[in-house]
Design a protein around this ligand. Structure first.
Ligand code: MLC
Ligand code: AMP
Length: 494
């Protein structure tokens, strides 16, 4: 598949593709950078043949250059979480057999020792950019394009591999469903190692010939100023962002609140996803801005699967209907499709949007499919034609501020603390985060533990957003006859 027949990034010439800080980059400029970067990666060879190239770069023109450069040269792009603790990267880099890492400035400094130890070549975007463009390979759409690490029911994250065809399917269904055009302008402040930022915002925009404003973090005052100035007509975020905006409104002048809400009111679309949008939040947002939030449901392994309609009723508390090209069905515990409304079952998915495999993990891949359907582990019900998410089948998965966290992974780190004999981590309902990480801890005889001391100890061992928001000391964890901790009992104890 050549670049022209597969426009991950449209050829929209002088139109602005990216705004990064004070600088605008046209599609022509970005395409030029990508070609030069892809050529530099190739180093004279004709194809990277799915070499795994990681990058540790926040949302920026360099990030887009690296991602598309790897794609265009035939590699597998692995965008890493720039907020992760270095200790967490070891597993990703080793399990994916990464050979080259792209990082700039301070980020590069923080990775030097790790890359040296793992024999990974560390280079900046500038190092790779070649002056002259070399012939670039034609990439078959079935080839692997991207690997994103996702936490789950295993204690180490798994590499979710998508092909070029997967990405194409994930992007094009959203462009149609949400009516993207080249006149759209959207801010991107979500992390760019997850599909919400990568697919729904960045890729849809670049594919449509629209414009993305890149932010390395959710900078409320800066983004609000642009909203007042009508810079954006589309806004996509996790529920926590809408909560944080409403909290921000409580801290500023009413005049200013009116201006920001006016900016939102004039947009064509506000979307919420990655975690449940509470009905209360949906209603608050509508009364503040007049915007009826469009809630949708997705997952790293499938892109987006279900969405409220763009032009029809957007129902509070519901995620809508299957997106075009995506097959969704609910299954009962006997693995039978549920054909009636009002009966809860597991969401399973089929379609070109579904990922290829967990990298180098045939067992996990096989276990996650049943009769050709990908099993999400999420439970839903169909009511009057719309799906409503009811929860997850695993208590070991926590969704905090849109991040999927593995309770087992956090427990594994906490158990390394000298004072801790046993620990169980759960997600507790929380207005800001959706779920807040809470650790129930049994101490070793004679040991003591202060919450602040534990938080400090966790620094550098796990990303800061995984660190428990609270701890509960407990004599002994409740266990069933098999010796397994009964996490629902812990939830009930709160
Ligand atoms: C930040 N903190 C969090 C947190 N984010 N704590 C728990 N959960 C989170 N999600 C903590 C930090 O550790 C820090 O703690 C303090 O909050 C301030 O950090 P910050 O970085 O300044 O916070 P903020 O910018 O406000 O970040 C909030 C956020 C961020 C909502 C912008 O969490 C975020 O970008 N979430 C989105 C993740 C995402 O894109 N998920 C999509 C996955 S794909 P301290 O103690 O150090 O001060 C997917 C599929 C789909 O789910 O359907 O889309
Ligand atoms: P991730 O693995 O990080 O891609 O997260 C995917 C998970 O986020 C899904 O399996 C759901 O549990 C959750 N999720 C995504 N969108 C929604 C939504 N609108 N409502 C409830 N949960 C959601």
């Amino acid at each position: 598949m050549s670049r022209d027949s597969f426009p991950f990034l449209t050829n929209n010439n002088s139109k602005t593709a990216l705004v990064d800080g004070d600088r605008d980059y046209s599609f022509e400029e970005v395409n030029g950078l990508i070609d030069r970067f892809a050529s530099g990666l190739l180093r004279g060879s004709s194809d990277l043949n799915e070499e795994r190239i990681a990058f540790f770069i926040p949302a920026s023109v360099d990030y887009v250059t690296a991602m598309h450069g790897v794609w265009r040269a035939g590699g597998i792009a692995i965008p890493l979480n720039v907020a992760s603790a270095v200790a967490e990267l070891d597993h990703c880099l080793t399990s994916a057999s990464v050979t080259r890492m792209i990082a700039n400035g301070n980020y590069q400094d923080s990775l030097k020792d790790l890359c040296q130890r793992l024999n990974i070549e560390l280079m900046s975007v500038e190092d790779v950019l070649q002056d002259k463009v070399s012939p670039l390979p034609v990439i078959a759409e079935e080839r692997r394009a991207m690997m994103l690490f996702t936490s789950g029911t295993t204690n180490k994250p798994k590499g979710v591999v998508s092909t070029h065809k997967t990405i194409q399917a994930q992007v094009t269904t959203l462009i149609d469903a949400w009516c993207w055009t080249q006149d759209d302008v959207i801010p991107l402040f979500l992390p760019v190692h997850h599909i919400h930022g990568i697919i729904n915002i960045l890729s849809c925009s670049l594919w449509s010939g629209a414009t993305v404003h890149l932010f390395s973090k959710f900078d409320i005052p800066k983004i609000s100023a642009e909203i007042i100035a009508d810079t954006y007509n589309v806004f996509m975020a996790v529920p926590t962002i809408y909560v944080k905006l409403i909290q921000y409104f409580d801290s500023i002048d009413q005049d200013q609140v009116q201006k920001i809400c006016g900016g939102f009111a004039r947009m064509r679309l506000n979307i919420s996803g990655s975690a449940a949008c509470p009905v209360k939040l949906f209603n608050q947002w509508q009364s503040l801005t007049g915007q009826v939030l469009l809630e949708r449901y997705g997952m790293t392994e499938i892109g987006m699967g279900i969405s409220n309609p763009y032009s029809d009723e957007r129902r509070a508390g519901f995620v809508g209907q299957a997106l075009p090209g995506v097959k969704i069905a609910l299954f009962d515990e006997q693995n039978e499709i549920i054909n009636e409304e009002d009966v809860a079952g597991e969401i399973r998915v089929q379609g070109d949007n579904v990922f290829l495999e967990y990298w180098n993990n045939e067992k996990a891949t096989t276990e996650s499919f049943k009769n050709g359907w990908f099993c999400t582990g999420d439970v839903a019900v169909l009511e009057r034609g719309y799906y409503r998410i009811m929860g997850r089948s695993s208590v070991d998965i926590i969704k905090s501020g849109g991040y999927k966290l593995s309770a087992l992974e956090i427990e594994g780190v906490l158990l390394m603390h000298d004072a801790i004999a046993e620990v169980a981590v759960i997600g507790v309902e929380d207005e800001t985060w959706g779920e807040a990480v809470t650790a129930f801890i049994g101490l070793n005889p004679g040991a003591t533990l202060e919450f602040d001391e534990l938080r400090t100890w966790c620094d550098g061992k796990m990303s800061s957003y995984k660190i428990p928001k609270s701890i509960k000391l407990i004599d002994a964890l409740p266990r069933n006859a098999m010796g397994k901790v009964t996490k629902p009992t812990l939830k009930a104890m709160l």
